[in-house]
Write a protein that binds this ligand. Structure first.
Ligand SMILES: Cc1cc2nc3c(=O)[nH]c(=O)nc-3n(C[C@H](O)[C@H](O)[C@H](O)COP(=O)(O)O)c2cc1C
Length: 172
C-alpha cells in the first residue's frame, strides 16, 4: 500500500518530545520534520506556573515554524506535544490556529510525566475541536511517557515508548 505523504511537527520544552519526534521520523522514514518554537519563551519557576496556567485555559501563543500555513499536499500530519497542566501546550494551540488543515489527517502524540495519562481524553477532545475548526480530521491519538518536568528521559525509554505506540496508531 502506498504510504501517505507525511510530516511531523512538534513542540518541545526540555527535549523529550524533540527526541521522540526524531526517533519516530527515523522509524517511519519521514524527512519533513518541523520544530515549533514559542516567540516568547518563559523559563524559571514563574515561567513554569504561567505556562501551566496558560495551557489550562487553552491559550494560543505566537509561534515560529517553517511548516506551511496551509498543510496542502501533506496527507498525514503527526503532531507531537508535551502535556502541561493536563492540556496540550499553548504553542500547539498557536500552531493549530494559524494552520489550514484542509484535507489533512492529524495524528496527535502527547508526551507527559504521568505514566497513567490520567485525563488525557479531555485534552485530546479540545485539540480535535481546533483541528476541525481548521478543516482537518483527527485520525488517532496516543499518549506516551516522557519524564518529570524539566528532566530528560533516556533515548532508550523514548524509543521503547515510540515502539509501543506505533501499532496503536497503525503507523509503520
Ligand atoms: C509547565 C509544565 C506543566 C506540566 N504539567 C504536566 C501535567 O499536567 N501532567 C503530566 O503528566 N506532565 C506534566 N508536565 C511534564 C511534561 O509533560 C513532561 O516533562 C514532558 O516529558 C515534557 O516534554 P518536553 O521535554 O518535550 O518538553 C508538565 C511540565 C511543565 C513544564
Amino acid at each position: 500500500m502506498k504510504k501517505p505523504n507525511r510530516a511531523i511537527a512538534y513542540f518541545s520544552r526540555s527535549g523529550n518530545t524533540r527526541s521522540s519526534a526524531g526517533i519516530l521520523a527515523e522509524r517511519l522514514s519521514v524527512s519533513a520534520v518541523y520544530p515549533i518554537t514559542e516567540v516568547r519563551e518563559r523559563r524559571g519557576f514563574r515561567g513554569f506556573i504561567m505556562n501551566g496556567f496558560d495551557a489550562l485555559r487553552g491559550k494560543a501563543v505566537n509561534i515560529k515554524t517553517t511548516f506551511p500555513e496551509a498543510a496542502g499536499e501533506i496527507e498525514q500530519l503527526i503532531l507531537m506535544t508535551p502535556v502541561w497542566a493536563g492540556h496540550v501546550t499553548p504553542a500547539i494551540n498557536g500552531f493549530l490556529e494559524r494552520t489550514d488543515l484542509t484535507g489533512t489527517q492529524v495524528i496527535l502524540i502527547t508526551v507527559q510525566s504521568d505514566p497513567e495519562f490520567k485525563g488525557i481524553e479531555k485534552a485530546v477532545s479540545l485539540v480535535e475541536k481546533r483541528i476541525i475548526k481548521q478543516k482537518g480530521v483527527l485520525k488517532q491519538s496516543a499518549a506516551m511517557h516522557g519524564s518529570a518536568p524539566g528532566k530528560k528521559a533516556d533515548r532508550d525509554h523514548l524509543a521503547a515508548e515510540i515502539i509501543r505506540i506505533c501499532p496503536l496508531l497503525n503507523l509503520e
